[in-house]
Design a protein around this ligand. Structure first.
Ligand SMILES: [Zn+2]
Ligand SMILES: [Zn+2]
Length: 284
């Protein structure tokens, strides 16, 4: 599968001169399984550019969304997703177990007057609101040849992270997850380690430095150090630091990546570590 980042900024989109290299769009990640269809995780502001690309492509293969939660930075791009306005597209909407009704309500809500001039009902694509789920602890499902597991997030208002598996390769996506604090519905550190165990690629929340976290405890996000320690404990092959703080400049991120790599080196590990960057594609 190919994983492409369209938005990796947390909390709010931050266009501007200080975020040019890593990008200012909020969360949106595309997965292309070997079947060639399109899976989209979250509908942050980065989704608008992905929508334009999908329209340029000749084939209109079914699109399936997996939503992590309803916070604005993860939904704000949906009303600007042009394929949703065209009848030749078919779009499935998935989220964690029992969360589909909430997600649908949230998508509808942000497109009602006076928040947005076009009502969800006027979208022309064919929508499918349920996904077939096998029985599993948190409900597994299959989609476009991928096997997918869900994982509750440690985050205010809850949410779900995902594990995507294809041909023996594993990609774990935990974008808004506070490892050092227990929110309602969230799980223990050990359970996240278990979920990530041996993953080829982990995108994990790394919004704060240790110092910043002192004033942000309980806000739903992890530190760089916590993300690195999770990757080390779970023995993942590659860690991608995700959900960049809106105040984090490109130079800040370069420094944090060096800091994380040093922590990994000191632990005697060979885990690769990068900061998520808009426009990059990783192939597993
Ligand atoms: Zn977020
Ligand atoms: Zn959030």
């Amino acid at each position: 599968m190919k994983i492409r980042t369209w938005g990796c900024r947390g909390s709010i989109a931050t266009p501007g001169l200080t975020t040019l290299r890593y990008g200012g769009n909020s969360t949106c990640v595309e997965i292309r399984p070997s079947t060639g269809q399109t899976i989209i995780i979250d509908a942050g502001s980065g989704l608008r550019n992905l929508g334009s690309l999908l329209i340029q492509e000749k084939e209109t293969a079914p699109i399936r969304f997996f939503f992590t939660h309803s916070h604005w930075d993860h939904l704000v791009g949906f009303p600007f997703f042009r394929p949703a306005y065209l009848e030749q597209f078919s779009i499935g909407l998935c989220s964690g177990p029992h969360a589909e009704d909430t997600m649908l309500k949230s998508l509808n809500h942000q497109m009602t007057s006076p928040f947005f001039p076009v009502d969800f009902r006027f979208l022309k694509a064919k929508f499918e609101f349920r996904c077939e789920r096998e029985h599993g602890e948190y409900g597994n499902c299959r989609c476009h040849g991928l096997e997918i597991s869900q994982m509750p997030l440690n985050h205010p208002d809850g949410g779900y992270g995902y594990k995507f598996m294809e041909n023996g390769k594993t990609f774990v996506f935990l974008p808004d997850n506070e490892l050092g604090f227990r929110h309602e519905g969230g799980l223990s550190h050990e359970q996240y380690v278990e979920f990530c165990r041996g993953a080829d690629l982990l995108f994990h929340d790394a919004q704060y430095t240790d110092q910043e976290y002192m004033r942000a405890r309980g806000w739903g996000h992890s530190t760089f150090g916590e993300a690195v320690d999770l990757a080390l404990e779970a023995r993942v092959k590659c860690l991608v630091l995700f959900h960049h703080d809106p105040d984090r400049t490109d130079e800040d991120l370069d420094r944090q990546v060096q800091w994380c790599r040093e922590r990994i080196r000191m632990a005697g590990s060979a885990v690769q570590c990068y900061a998520a960057k808009e426009g990059t594609t990783i192939e597993l």
